[in-house]
Ligand binder design. Structure first.
Ligand code: HPA
Length: 273
């Protein structure tokens, strides 16, 4: 974090037209999954109205904060590969925390490494590998946030994973239960090479992507509980003999939306949001 980061967070919070919202649950929606916010009651605040907030540059990321009474939804996230700083990538997490969010749900599109995964599968993230080569907490540790050396031994809350499994049991398409896996974050923006995917597999990864890990580190630093859900939009590079395309990622995300939305609604209900 840069020395002025705490001030950036305060400036962003004070630029929000807050009414009586007190969201305890936050949701960050990844590629192709942003439409879920439309079913959530609340006020829409475009990112350009939030002071100091970057704009998403990626197709499938709308760039809107939906502020509900008990739940805040960010449709569109920032990725390190967009050229923004990691301060920009994690600013939304600090903002949600300042609004009162304590349970954070993060979703993403991911490539499936585990051979039993199929495009369209929803997988709970159990742990991650930070292969991005950067860390969002590098730099000064401003007073009042969290420890210099945050614990990440349960970065993805066991309790929230249990709640997600309960919610999945009530969704017909997901009633067999959700697989759990390790997410490896690469910097992007290229998709991985087959050799990189094999490396990630040897290191214990089941999923590969270009996001989420900075936000999850920041959320843990702030004492939030995290639920991470990946939508397997494609099999990772080299598993099939064909190239990967972003259009396929967005399209599989869209196709999976109805089940994903039911799962998220079930989780939110169980969290009282
Ligand atoms: N690799 C990295 N990021 C991704 C992928 C992938 O295969 N699919 C969706 N996001």
């Amino acid at each position: 974090m840069q020395a002025n980061f705490a001030q950036r967070v305060e400036t962003a919070v004070h630029s929000l037209p807050l009414a009586d919202e007190a969201p305890a649950v936050g949701l960050i929606l990844g590629s192709g999954l942003g439409d879920f916010a439309e079913g959530v009651a609340g006020r829409e605040i475009p990112y350009q109205r939030i002071a100091g907030y970057p704009r998403p540059t990626v197709e499938g990321h709308r760039g809107v904060l939906k502020l509900g009474r008990s739940c805040a939804v960010l449709s569109g996230r920032f990725h390190y590969y967009e050229g923004v700083s990691l301060d920009d990538v994690v600013l939304p997490v600090f903002l949600l925390h300042r609004l009162g969010v304590r349970d954070l749900i993060v979703t993403n599109a991911a490539g499936g490494i585990r051979r039993s995964f199929h495009p369209g599968d929803l997988v709970l993230i159990r742990d991650h590998l930070n292969l991005q080569g950067v860390h969002p907490l590098r730099g000064p540790n401003p007073p009042g946030y969290g420890p210099r050396f945050p614990d990440l031994s349960e970065a993805y809350s066991r309790r929230l994973r249990g709640i997600a499994q309960e919610a999945a049991a009530a969704v017909p398409e997901l009633s067999a239960g959700l697989a759990e896996g390790v997410y490896a974050a690469f910097p992007g923006p290229s998709y991985e090479t087959p050799a990189e995917v094999r490396m990630a597999e040897i290191l214990g990864a089941d999923l590969v992507g270009m996001s989420t890990v900075p936000e999850v580190i920041a959320a843990n630093y702030l004492g939030m509980r995290v639920l991470g859900i990946s939508c397997v939009t494609n099999l990772a590079a080299g598993i099939l003999e064909r190239p990967l395309a972003h259009a396929e990622v967005v399209e599989t995300g869209r196709r999976t939306m109805p089940a994903f939305a039911r799962l998220l609604r079930g989780v939110l209900e169980r969290l009282g949001a």
